[in-house]
Design a protein around this ligand. Sequence first.
Ligand SMILES: Cc1ncc(C[n+]2csc(CCOP(=O)(O)OP(=O)(O)O)c2C)c(N)n1
Ligand SMILES: [Mg+2]
Length: 799
Amino acid sequence: MPDDSRLTALRELEKKVLWLAAWTIHHANHVRESADGLKVGGHQASSASLATIMTALYFHVLRPEDRVAVKPHASPIYHAIQYLLGGQSREKLEGFRGYKGAQSYPSRTKDADDVDFSTGSVGLGVAQTLFSSLVQDYVRAHGWGLDRPEGRMIALVGDAELDEGNIFEAILEGWKQGLRNCWWIIDYNRQSLDAVIREGLWARYEALFRDFGWDVVILKYGSLLEAAFREPGGERLRQWIADCPNQLYSALVFQGGAAWRRRLNDDIGDQGDVTRLIDARSDAELARLMTNLAGHDLPSLLDAFGRIDHDRPTCFICYTVKGYGLPFAGHKDNHAGLMTPAQMESLRIAMEVRPGHEWDRFEGLSLPPKQLQTFLDEVPFRARTRRRPAAPVAVPDELAVTIQPVMSTQTGFGSVLNELARQTSQLAARVVTASPDVTVSTNLGPWVNRRGLFARQALADTFKSERIPSTFTWEFSPKGQHIELGIAEMNLFILLSALGLSHAINGERLLPIGTLYDPFIARGLDALNYACYQDARFILVATPSGISLAPEGGAHQSIGTPLIGIAQDGLAAFEPAFVDELSVILAFALAYIQKEGDGDASERNWLRDETGGSVYLRLSTRPIEQIKRPMGAELRQAIIDGAYWLRRPGPNCQVVVAYTGAIAPEAIQAVGLMAEDRRDIGLLAVTSADRLNAGWTAASRARERGLIHASSHIERLLAEVPSHCGIVTVLDGHPATLAWLGAVRGHRVRPLGVEHFGQTGEIRDLYRHYGIDSNAIVAAAQSIAPGRPIRHLRAVDLG
Ligand SMILES: Cc1ncc(C[n+]2csc(CCOP(=O)(O)OP(=O)(O)O)c2C)c(N)n1
Ligand SMILES: [Mg+2]
């Protein structure tokens, strides 16, 4: 426990934090001019709920190495704390929720005040702390960063936030992985967005967390209430409050002292001692007493946090009041409530803040500013260094791979990783793979055989020790480089998010590669989006994909994922057809995920390659005939830029076939079938619709800004194609993925792809059924590219 003078300073800061957060929100809504006539909002109630807990943490409990995910709606409290610590500017606070101002929800990338983890979609930041703790263990077990102390990964969790399924998925995974150094602090204000939550949830939470190996600390009553309980009649009061339903408690909090008195007198007022206990207090004192929950009581909080002297995961259930200290405290509708200017004025007076001094750091506090400043200067958390740069790991242009005459990109992926696993390079050492129970079926097996699975405690493969033949060794050790997860894809994405921030969180760079089945990207899409939003860096290998997984069945065919690849910001998507392309793309990806420049787009392809990002590879289990060819620098670059001519169109070209991915043999065959009747056909291999599209858009914008010579890769490729020429696009995915190619230079396009799914069968059957086989390509070409009838089309059965 801190001494009295520290406690006094902390109380002053608690008051200041509450004021600054409320004022920041008020300023954004009532002082700053809004051009839209919209209220900016800002969750005054939700943030007040955490004012005390965050004061205790940031000004006393946190150590420099600790990392925190702040519940989204407590963002104004976080910014206020950083403002007091000198890490946030007044200008940003004045711009709260505005363009380039302090962010609505804490943001690693957009906020200037050293946010550890972004939050926003409830549930995700919480799970992120759990996985970050596992990543910290991974890093240290590999012998990195041992010169620094271990940090605690802390989440400030809303009670309604605990309804999110991803949290439960994470808790189970954490138990499996031997989670340590993780604190979840639940803001148990018994309110969600809409209303007051169900009774007794704390008991469910307690049982749940204990079941999964967590310590649970319940912080219910503050020191004032505890003292009152020790008075004569106090036990009766304790019983009353323990039995008080959440709704009634909230309503009384909102109504205040007189209502408390009335209700208490009605319920237990005729019982001697307790009557005296109530009567001895004024209305204001009674209201203060009855709302003195431990989550708003600094001594209780400091004591509880200070007692933790172990690294077991710990859940604190802190009773709080939503809107504590503000006029709408406890009101069930207060979630988006904003104080009126009159209410704000009353708060200003109560806080002893002079008009015009609303932003002054120590205004209205009773301790001398110098003393407060000294206190702030010595806050332990302040000693932390901001994100440390982790040196990049060198990556060659191409990765070794043995290419068989016929193979799939998925097999190629396994082979590239197998070759990498044989090396002793830094590159191989920093790669860490993860998969949600599909390690073997996504072809990570050979890598895992060589590099082993990660666990803090070694665990032998009993099948191996019993000499039972098996293709895969399943041995866990602290040196292992594969993290095996349970099936839940959400966990994969949040783990990738944590691994992909290791350079910033642990100062140690990891090169994470996660594998899953392509259709299940949808399972974890919000977590993927979250990972990208906070600029985590990883490679996602999704396989199998599309209808090409054929006999796997109709339920798992993915149609829309190529569009996700295009649309997801921060994620460069590739879909190679051939294994030599894959090896080039993987090498690019390993370097790309390490780039941190903030330079402009390159004038060559109009992509922000120096800024970097994450990478998504959509792969296939379909074995296809490989092309034997030398990999020159030009081809390599084109593969990375997104497309190259597999067959260059001639000057009399009437039709171009542009394809992506596993459908390559059909495209090649179609071009062969048409060759006699259509001249100079072009065959465009598209390795990344996403990067082609991004480059085209960026170059167009640059031209509109006056850079008239800006030109993107796809514009240069299609410049060779006569304008009367038609383009048939085809992929095993949604046709819209490539349909836009026609807009680049005004060519007519017939986009082929998959719009329906669910049919099982052989690849041949399915391609025919969904209209992406070579016949369909030929038919589409005939319909858009004028000329004599195509002979082979007449000969083929379109079934
Ligand atoms: C995934 C997701 N769903 C819905 C929302 C909208 N939302 C924001 S806050 C909130 C309820 C928050 O309640 P709680 O976590 O108890 O925090 P409190 O407001 O009580 O502080 C909801 C539903 C969201 N941000 N994210
Ligand atoms: Mg709540």
